[in-house]
Design a protein around this ligand. Structure first.
Ligand code: NAG
Ligand code: NAG
Ligand code: NAG
Ligand code: NAG
Ligand code: NAG
Length: 308
């Protein structure tokens, strides 16, 4: 009896909850929706082509409804119509094929592309028959200067890796840092390793500080400039070495010098010993003829023979 009462009361409770849920749902249209579908900005890029191909670079920062317009005036045959279509990153865009009429001495095609995320960036080409094409390279602002030399730091030190966006380019919303682990770029989260990493962002610059370096910190680091439309990357190599490493060439030189000096000293010593045993003239002669120094008495006897 009491069990069924419990069941009933819990069912009522559920009903009340679901009613409240319905209530909030019905009242929601007055509030703005969570993801506001603000109309995209629109932009148009028109290119007139006389020759066979042209490449146009476009840097985008924000999502946009982009109209790409291609005009081709270079057709020799002046056919009344040709086939036109679009490609993205080398692959034909489905349902983009159409017959383009010859009008006022030119062919014209245009298409609207919704560029809302990183996957929408890339190489868009309009193609006229097999004869002409215009490529639009859409990308987020690129990081100009790439450092090709690695940064070298010592074990136990801190290393500072920097990246910068050109002054002429739009400022990134923020910066991310990644570390290449051999297969993937893993994002660096300072909060996870506060004693090891530090990220300092200032307008168009970012700095990654790696503290308490070990040789395991060597490798490729990527900075990413984050824009609404996507992230662009640049990489820097870090080499962590021990204090002994740069000293190695000096140590080899020092060792070589020590060996050489020791050899010279030994030689000088053996010479002065011989000098002490043999007479002065033969010793001087022998200095000029070192090949005979293994047998001093023989050398001096041959000298005497020659003298005789
Ligand atoms: C952007 O393009 C898409 C698809 O082409 C279209 O549905 C949408 O209405 C466009 N938005 C604006 C603001 O032009
Ligand atoms: C294209 O031109 C050819 C003649 O070259 C004509 O036969 C054909 O009907 C035309 N097609 C269109 C869609 O205008
Ligand atoms: C863009 O695509 C076109 C056609 O697919 C190709 O010919 C061109 O080389 C590409 N350009 C770049 C910069 O990738
Ligand atoms: C690299 O990072 C990825 C993603 O975190 C992980 O799945 C993979 O195992 C890592 N590889 C190595 C070699 O650590
Ligand atoms: C790293 O060095 C800082 C001082 O620069 C020190 O406070 C911290 O404890 C060190 N962390 C580790 C893991 O050795």
């Amino acid at each position: 009896m009491s069990a069924s009462w419990k069941q009933l009361s819990s069912q009522i409770l559920l009903l009340l909850i679901s009613c409240r849920h319905i209530n909030t749902k019905t009242s929601s249209p007055t509030q703005p929706p969570l993801a506001p579908i603000t109309p995209l900005k629109t932009d148009v890029r028109s290119i007139v082509l006389k020759g066979e191909s042209h490449t146009e670079k476009m840097e985008l920062v924000n999502p946009v409804n982009l109209t790409l317009e291609c005009t081709w005036t270079g057709n020799q045959n002046k056919l009344p119509n040709i086939t036109g279509y679009w490609r993205k990153d080398g692959e034909e865009i489905q349902n983009s094929r159409l017959s383009v009429q010859f009008h006022n001495g030119q062919y014209n095609i245009q298409q609207v592309f919704s560029i809302v995320s990183e996957e929408n960036l890339g190489n868009y080409s309009c193609v006229f028959g097999n004869e002409a094409k215009i490529s639009f390279i859409l990308e987020a602002p690129q990081i100009g200067e790439e450092r090709d030399k690695p940064i070298i730091s010592y074990v136990g030190d801190s290393a500072v890796i920097t990246c910068k966006m050109d002054d002429a380019k739009p400022m990134p919303n923020t910066w991310n840092w990644y570390r290449y682990n051999g297969t993937e770029k893993e994002q660096i989260f300072v909060a996870a390793e506060p004693h090891h990493y530090e990220i300092i962002n200032k307008e168009r610059k970012t700095r990654l500080v790696v503290h308490n370096l070990t040789e395991a910190d060597s490798g490729l680091y990527y900075c990413g400039a984050v824009y609404a439309i996507g992230t662009t990357m640049s990489h820097v190599e870090l080499k962590v070495i021990t204090f002994m490493e740069p000293l190695k060439p000096f140590i080899t030189i020092v060792v070589e010098v020590v060996v050489l000096v020791a050899a010279i000293l030994l030689y000088e010593r053996s010479q002065s010993k011989k000098k002490a045993t043999a007479d002065g003239t033969t010793a001087d002669q022998k200095n000029m003829l070192p090949q005979g120094d293994d047998n001093a008495t023989e050398g001096s006897s041959s000298m005497r023979q020659r003298k005789v």
